[in-house]
Unconditional design. Structure first.
Length: 278
């Protein structure tokens, strides 16, 4: 771990930030290297997106009509991109909770390291794994007929937005794991992630939902992220006339949701890690 010659006086300003980043990168490398000893977890995280493309693309593909027309698999792939970004929180939640249960966090807290380094490192490792998953899913999408139609700039912007959104959601998982501190409890929380992804426009248009459920779906951050990707990629599935504001301004809405999640859960996770055990 990065350390300074004097541990009595804490570094200030940019030095403290540099300290946190250096320690966080060390923890991130540790989490990534740990995957070699538990390859099943890494393989699952990378294979799951490919399975979702094939399963949803061909099971739902012949049964759902895309609003305004268009290929359902082109409609679906942006939804699966966002779904895997959100369900990535499950890996973070169970991984951090497992480290707490095994006493790894206690050892980290006893070291002369920045308090934000451990949650920062875990979130960073998740982004690396998530980016690999996106690459695999994009490749599978191309094989089943998905295409990005709006050029390189918008395509890069869409993937950058996906990574930002995943990073923001990851911090929710870090905080919840630090809150429950128990691997079994974390496992029980995992199924709660699926309603968040299903009550959205990821797989079906929201126009056919009951009014109360459509309102929830339209304001779901997942729906905004999916709509933003469809818009940037040029895929079918634009918002209906009566859709909520986030679906008519999905890029701005997704940036706003990401900023809100980060400004809320990064400080909460840092505080929770610092005060664990008191």
């Amino acid at each position: 771990m990065a350390a300074y010659s004097s541990l009595v006086s804490r570094p200030a300003g940019w030095q403290r930030l540099r300290w946190a980043l250096a320690d966080g990168m060390t923890v991130m490398r540790r989490d990534l290297a740990h995957g070699r000893y538990e390859p099943g977890e890494l393989i699952g995280a990378l294979v799951f997106p490919a399975i979702m493309v094939v399963l949803f693309g061909y099971v739902f593909g012949s049964a759902i009509v895309v609003p305004g027309g268009g290929n359902y698999r082109e409609y679906l792939i942006p939804g699966l991109f966002v779904m895997t970004s959100v369900t990535g929180v499950m890996t973070t939640l169970t991984g951090v909770a497992a480290d707490i249960s095994r006493g790894v966090m206690d050892r980290f807290r006893s070291m002369p390291m920045a308090r934000l380094a451990v949650p920062f490192g875990r979130a960073g490792a998740d982004i690396v794994t998530g980016a690999l998953g996106l690459v695999i899913m994009a490749g599978m999408g191309l094989l089943v007929g998905w295409r990005a139609h709006h050029g390189a700039a918008d395509t890069v912007a869409a993937f950058a937005l996906l990574i930002l959104f995943r990073y923001a959601v990851t911090w929710v998982g870090v905080f919840l794991a630090l809150l429950v501190k128990n691997e079994a409890t974390a496992d029980n929380l995992v199924p709660l992630v699926f309603p968040v992804t299903m009550i959205s426009n990821s797989f079906v248009p929201t126009s056919g939902m009951p009014a109360w459920l459509r309102a929830i779906s339209d304001w779901n951050p997942v729906s905004a992220a999916v709509a933003a990707c469809r818009s940037l990629f040029g895929n079918p599935g634009g918002p209906a006339a009566g859709a909520a504001w986030p679906l008519h301004h999905p890029v701005i809405a997704t940036l706003g949701w990401s900023a809100l999640l980060l400004t809320t859960f990064v400080p909460l996770a840092a505080y929770r890690f610092r005060t664990m055990g008191r």
